[in-house]
Design a protein around this ligand. Sequence first.
Ligand code: TIU
Length: 218
Amino acid sequence: MTTVAAQPGPFTFEPAHTALVMIDMQRDFIEPGGFGATLGNDVSLLLPVVAAAADLVAWARTQGIVIVHTKECHRPDLSDCPPAKRLRGLPSLRIGDMGAMGRILIDGEPGADFVPQLAPQTGDVVIKKPGKGAFYATPLSAVLEGKGITHLIFGGVTTEVCVQTTMREANDRGYECLLVEEATGSYFPEFKEQALAMVRAQGGIVGWTAALAALTGA
Ligand code: TIU
């Protein structure tokens, strides 16, 4: 058993029954010319997350923790992209349109791939997801059940969109969830702070948060 100094209190887990879920560390969200940028965001705000997320993955490997990388993407024919998602807002390019890194958010295109520092390694699990939450329309539940996972450690982008949605889905499914503070980020720094506060409020209504050093030093 490992115990981390977390908020709102200690988070205890067994590495053999824990998975790290690294959410959507894709070029489309982090590099210029991708999906995040088409929505009008300053994607440079996510750059500091990359090193911390890579450190978190490297630590998880040393612990033998299962590593899951999620990837928000759609089929080339857009059959898994609801019009409500594609037509929302006034982006400069919509999902499926040709951009600087290939078609926006389409599986197999350079933009939908992971940033090099977060590239999956042999034995890691990769979950392609059409929604913001990683449990919707994916095999994630079955994969975690098959591996006897009870605890999840989260990082990735963006905190209040795909990370928070997935963490809430996981919490409702009975997983004990920990979000690593430096390993997640938002285009809106105030949303990140509020999302962290929402997770740990009310006695940990969604789960726990901890600093990376608290986890790796535990
Ligand atoms: N727009 C935004 O903040 N996020 C997303 O669209 N997807 C993820 O968070 N991965």
